[in-house]
Design a protein around this ligand. Structure first.
Ligand SMILES: CC(C)(COP(=O)(O)OP(=O)(O)OC[C@H]1O[C@@H](n2cnc3c(N)ncnc32)[C@H](O)[C@@H]1OP(=O)(O)O)[C@@H](O)C(=O)NCCC(=O)NCCS
Length: 432
């Protein structure tokens, strides 16, 4: 445990502490337990059991995660080991569509209802972004429980999900059966992990927008339910093998009874190729006694276009998923794909300064050379949140121009769109 600083928010002194997860002292153990309880309480999850805490700690240590919290001074009446604010992060690779970029993944941002709106989150976030920039990270990412918090810190919505309900009755028919020589095999949680890891690794390599999965995925896919803090006995797994017998996908699901009927809840569906994904959706539709499947999925493609009756799929919501924050413009832009050779001067506005400035973006053969520019006029202007939204290609330049978020002359905007837009839509299947 290291006490980083004292902070006075006008509500008495508070300690900002970064936890040492290898420190077995009673005080640190109590604070670690308190930190996890604070997160569980904020997200309305059960108080962690000792066994749960051990599993969770093992994963966090394995990730090299940094966990920070703000505690009240211990001499205050009823002050205990549960912090009033939490903040965590670890580093993993993001597939930008052109390279694997190590990014900072921010997680477990909470502030106790007793200490809301006093600037604690702002303090943790701004200091953290300074630290990430100092550590040389070009990009930070997070997922958000609400839609209007993180723009002010320069994060933009870069990928989204779809919450879908699929009619898996006889109406579910593919125009052409999948015939690529692959097969789907039911496996047990105790034996399926190696295949799932291989399939996910292939998916991550092949998929723009994919984030490397943290270690808690392994614990979960081996059969531990993080939410219920118990062995997961309802969850089932099928692995898809390609024509060479190599894993190229899997689906994880649980069936539950809703209104006297069975519903297949798809919890994870990964397919490296369109054929693998179609084969897995066909498999879900073939599960007996259930005529409905529900899922949160990064992208349904190519299912709707492959069905005889596209109305079989109903999209209920399109929630945002990964928010991207560019910290180092030259490094971040050099790591993503580009689609037309040209040179433009781009002005990025960033109230927190990390990405602020004028940049010459020169594209040749799909890659950009980006340098800070001075004494020149910008061709195109945008703020850092918009740059984050554009980063993975999930929104196109024209849409942001129409919304007034990218400005410039019509000619410059057209050239910028030709340079920046293209390639597949991003697809991220990692939750954190
Ligand atoms: C969201 C949460 C972390 C905010 O913490 P906080 O300490 O109250 O936030 P701050 O006082 O530092 O506010 C920082 C800024 O964010 C804004 N903000 C805070 N919570 C907000 C919300 N829920 N919606 C919109 N804006 C919000 C504040 O108005 C403030 O804006 P400003 O600095 O530009 O004036 C806290 O409310 C919380 O723990 N919520 C439950 C858990 C959660 O949703 N976590 C986020 C998951 S990723």
């Amino acid at each position: 445990m290291s006490s980083d600083t004292n902070t006075d928010t006008g509500n008495g002194d508070l300690d900002v502490v970064t936890l040492d997860l290898h420190d077995e002292s009673e005080d640190t153990r109590a604070r670690v337990r308190g930190w996890v309880e604070a997160v569980h309480r904020s997200f309305h999850e059960q108080t962690p059991s000792e066994e749960h805490l051990e599993k969770w700690l093992g994963v966090q240590r394995g990730e090299g995660a940094v966990l920070r919290g703000i505690w009240e001074q211990p001499d205050l009446p009823l002050a205990g080991p549960i912090p009033v604010a939490t903040f965590g992060y670890f580093d993993k690779h993001l597939n930008t569509g052109a390279s694997m970029l190590l990014v900072r993944m921010v997680t477990d941002v909470t502030v106790s209802p007793t200490h809301r709106r006093r600037g604690l989150m702002r303090r943790l976030m701004t200091e953290h972004l300074d630290e990430a920039a100092r550590d040389g990270l070009a990009v930070a990412v997070l997922t958000a429980s609400e839609g209007s918090i993180y723009q002010r810190f320069g994060f933009g919505v870069a990928t989204s999900e779809q919450s879908v309900r699929i009619d898996t009755s006889a109406k579910f028919r593919l125009r052409r059966p999948v015939d690529d020589g692959g097969r789907v095999v039911l496996v047990e949680a105790s034996s399926g992990w190696d295949s799932m890891r291989t399939a996910y690794g292939r998916f991550h390599e092949a998929t723009r927008g994919s984030l490397e999965r943290p270690g808690y995925y392994e614990t979960w896919l081996r059969g531990y339910d993080w939410e219920d803090q118990s062995e997961n006995r309802a969850q089932r797994i099928a692995v898809r093998l390609d024509a060479d017998g190599q894993p190229d996908g899997f689906v994880v699901w649980a069936v539950k009874e809703v209104d006297d009927a069975y519903e297949v809840g798809v919890r994870d569906l990964i397919g490296v190729t369109p054929q693998a994904r179609l084969a897995l959706w066909q498999f879900v539709a073939d599960i007996d006694l259930a005529e409905v499947a529900v899922a949160n999925t990064p992208n349904l493609d190519p299912l709707p276009l492959a069905l005889v009756d596209h109305r079989v799929v109903r999209v209920r919501q399109r929630p945002d998923h990964v928010w991207v924050r560019v910290l180092d413009v030259p490094a971040a832009l050099a790591a993503r794909p580009w689609f037309a050779d040209d040179v433009l001067v781009v002005r990025v506005r960033d109230p927190l300064r990390h990405a602020d400035g004028l940049f010459t973006v020169g594209v040749a053969d799909g890659r950009a050379d980006v340098t800070a520019a001075e004494d020149t006029v910008a061709d195109v202007e945008l703020d850092v949140e918009t740059l984050g939204a554009l980063y993975l290609g999930g929104v196109r330049v024209q849409g942001l121009v129409d919304a007034g978020r990218v400005t410039g002359s019509p000619d410059a905007l057209e050239r910028f769109a030709a340079m920046a837009d293209g390639g597949p839509m991003p697809r991220c299947a990692t939750h954190f």
